[in-house]
Design a protein around this ligand. Structure first.
Ligand SMILES: [Zn+2]
Length: 324
């Protein structure tokens, strides 16, 4: 049963994505923005598989909340997970669900969040504070895991619910691109419904395609040889097929590379498989051109002009200032 891939009954509903973010004007820092560590579908899927191995059949002894802001629900209380045995660990988009005795702990890691597994959980009780620790879960027998969030964004989110569908962003998720229901025909419909939105925006809008973020959308667009700024509703049938194949291949290959690794190695290992994302200034592995970027306030996208945009660099004020 592929409950990891089941996006739920509302999966086909989606909203028209907003327009692509506007590049920041006046930002003249030339520092490349490294954002490939954000966990996306492949990392979260590999984490789900690893965590299932650690948790299935184990009983939760205690949950210690260190970041009150991270917990988005009050009822049922977090403490009600204690004493329950974990039945299953699943994934919805970039969310992990831990099911224990009829309750679900749902986790969204966001940019700086991750999970550390402990064969022997630290003895110190987790205390609320400014550190990265958000939640410590202890299992009977002494093992457990910490959920942490580095950085200042503080967007990591936790929910305790009777059904993952009670979590609004989970309920709103679009199709899982590793689901057999994600066909070229479905992608064609989603692109056509997206109107004037760009391909980059459509691929990264969670209510349309669940689990793809900035890194793997760059990769899929590169493999499909399509500009991130192409209008979604202007692709011909061959281009849709190419994009569909690229999305599925990029995500499947990355997932296959990551599943089986230790949880601690998953985020660090992500960059190895990336062809253009996070590689501004490096050589395109297909054509030898230089990988370029468009920078936004907190992230950047990468692409190859020769492979994707007919040799024309996309406008990036930061870069064009430097080249003058
Ligand atoms: Zn190229």
């Amino acid at each position: 049963m592929d409950r990891d891939l089941g996006p739920g009954p509302r999966a086909t509903s989606h909203r028209t994505p907003a327009a692509a973010p506007t590049p920041v004007r006046g930002d003249t820092t030339a520092r490349p923005v490294h954002n490939w560590r954000v966990p996306e579908l492949p990392e979260v899927q590999a984490l789900t598989v690893a965590l299932r191995g650690h948790l299935a059949g184990r009983t939760v002894e205690r949950c210690e909340l260190a970041s009150f802001a991270a917990l988005k629900t009050v009822e049922p209380p977090l403490d009600s997970l204690a004493g329950r045995t974990v039945d299953e660990v699943g994934r919805r988009g970039k969310f992990v669900t831990v099911e224990a005795g009829g309750l679900f702990l749902v986790v969204h890691f966001a940019r700086g969040g991750w999970l550390t597994w402990h064969e022997t959980a630290p003895t110190a009780r987790a205390r609320p504070g400014r550190g990265p620790l958000a939640l410590r879960v202890r299992l009977e027998g002494g093992s457990g895991f910490d959920i942490t969030e580095m950085g200042t964004e503080k967007r990591l989110a936790l929910w305790v619910v009777h059904d993952p569908g009670e979590v609004p962003p989970v309920a709103a998720l679009g199709i899982d691109p590793l689901s057999p229901r994600f066909t070229a025909d479905l992608l064609a419909r989603l692109l056509s419904d997206a109107g004037s939105a760009t391909l980059k925006t459509v691929l990264t809008t969670q209510s349309v395609v669940a689990g793809v973020g900035n890194a793997y959308s760059d990769e899929a667009l590169f493999v499909a040889k399509l500009s991130p700024y192409r209008r979604a509703d202007r692709l011909d049938a061959d281009e849709v097929r190419r994009l569909h194949r690229a999305v599925v291949d990029v995500l499947s290959d990355a997932t296959a590379q990551l599943v089986g690794l230790d949880i601690g190695d998953l985020k660090a290992d992500k960059k190895r498989s990336l062809r253009v994302h996070g590689r501004t200034g490096e050589t395109c592995p297909e054509c030898g051109d230089t990988v370029r970027q468009v920078a936004f306030a907190t992230k950047s996208l990468q692409y190859c002009p020769t492979c994707q945009t007919g040799g024309r660099p996309l406008a990036d004020r930061r870069l064009s200032r430097l080249l003058k």
